[in-house]
Design a protein around this ligand. Structure first.
Ligand code: COA
Length: 325
């Protein structure tokens, strides 16, 4: 029996840390408020000259080395990102060039914080169909490009980073067992980047406005909890398993209280839920990819573990996969 599985993992985090104490100097907030309301203590911020593709390439090299695969052996590169270097070329093409993965097709996926799982499920189909053998899936974000550093309700939440994995056919009862992708466009207004083409010119100053994240946090919180709990439940059912069979849940890291509420809804102990939001905040698509990398390195996920990856994001889009490690 063969399935599609993850045969290598990588990650990259920019060196610069932005702590809650640093944010206290920028906006009217406190370390205590941020920790209690979100669980975040610090996040990473990419350097001025560091682009999303730079983060992506570093995580990709580590994943390829972990998989012991030469870049020439890649047939497909998918990058999940909502913060590409520019509209085109795609980040995936920039990665292909940097790696000299000349035999690969390459494209980006835009599914906000659900991007990594959307990309994972997409890449899996290409391998299952027999069209491709080896795929590189990367989630990379320089989301701080879209932060309004005067808005205390959003600037405390986000950070930059990247995670990557190599997918290939694996033998035995392991690999990505089930997939679930969903979208609820009616909730699109709850979180968006107000893009320059909608309101390009500040009417007062007559200068171009930079695109910035706008969010209705409280409303988003409720939809997030329900969407993630629903997505995890469906993926576990599709895998022919019960929630009791799950050893580790790797959820999107948006807010520690959202994660706790999802665990409660699913009836799972928090000991089975992997959390690293305290160190990185919300890295959008990259959050799950980095969390998966760390959960494996910390041996929270071992050979044979039944793992649920589950996420939600702006759009609103949600997704989940069950993976047998
Ligand atoms: N520091 C101090 N006070 C803050 C603050 C900050 N950084 N941000 C907001 N506040 C204030 C508000 O102004 C409000 O004050 P008021 O009561 O005087 O009006 C108060 O704290 C409560 O604000 P509220 O928005 O109700 O807080 P909350 O408990 O809902 O927490 C979020 C805010 C953003 C942390 C929370 O709603 C959340 O995480 N939502 C989901 C966001 C998300 O996941 N986004 C990413 C999607 S992928």
């Amino acid at each position: 029996m063969s399935n599609v599985g993850i045969i290598g993992l990588g990650h990259y985090l920019p060196k610069k840390k932005l702590t809650n104490a640093d944010l206290e100097k920028l906006v009217d907030t406190s370390d205590e408020w941020i920790i209690t309301r979100t669980g975040i203590r610090e996040r990473r911020v990419a350097g001025r000259k560091e682009r999303t593709s730079d983060l992506a390439v570093r995580s990709a090299r580590q994943a390829l080395s972990d998989a012991k695969l030469d870049p020439a052996g890649l047939d497909l590169i998918i990058v999940a990102t909502i913060s590409p270097d520019s509209n085109f070329p795609s980040v995936a093409c920039l990665v292909q060039k940097a790696l000299r993965a000349d035999n690969a097709a390459a494209f980006d996926i835009s599914a906000a914080c659900s991007g990594f799982l959307y990309a994972l499920t997409t890449a899996k189909q290409f391998i299952l169909s027999g069209l491709y053998r080896n795929a590189l899936v990367i989630a990379a974000e320089k989301i701080t490009n879209f932060i309004d550093w005067n808005d205390r309700s959003t600037c405390i939440l986000f950070g930059d980073g990247a995670g990557a994995c190599v997918l290939s056919k694996v033998k035995g009862p392991r690999g990505i067992i089930s997939d679930y992708m969903h979208a609820q466009g009616r909730f699109g207004d709850l979180m968006m980047v107000k893009s320059a083409d909608r309101e390009p010119l500040d009417q007062k100053t007559k200068t171009m406005q930079a695109p910035r994240i706008a969010m209705q946090g409280k409303e988003l919180f409720k939809v997030a909890v329900n969407s993630m709990a629903d997505a995890a439940t469906v993926a576990v059912q599709k895998a022919g398993m019960k929630l009791d069979d799950i050893d580790c849940v790797v959820p999107h890291q948006a807010n520690d209280r959202i994660i706790a509420a999802v665990a409660k809804k699913l009836g799972l102990p928090k000991s089975k839920i992997f959390v690293n939001i305290d160190k990185y905040g919300n890295m959008s698509a990259a959050s799950i990819a980095v969390a998966l990398y760390e959960a494996v390195k910390q041996k929270k996920i071992k050979r044979g573990s039944n793992v649920v990856l589950v996420t939600f994001g702006a759009g609103l889009v949600s997704a989940a996969n069950v993976v047998k490690w």
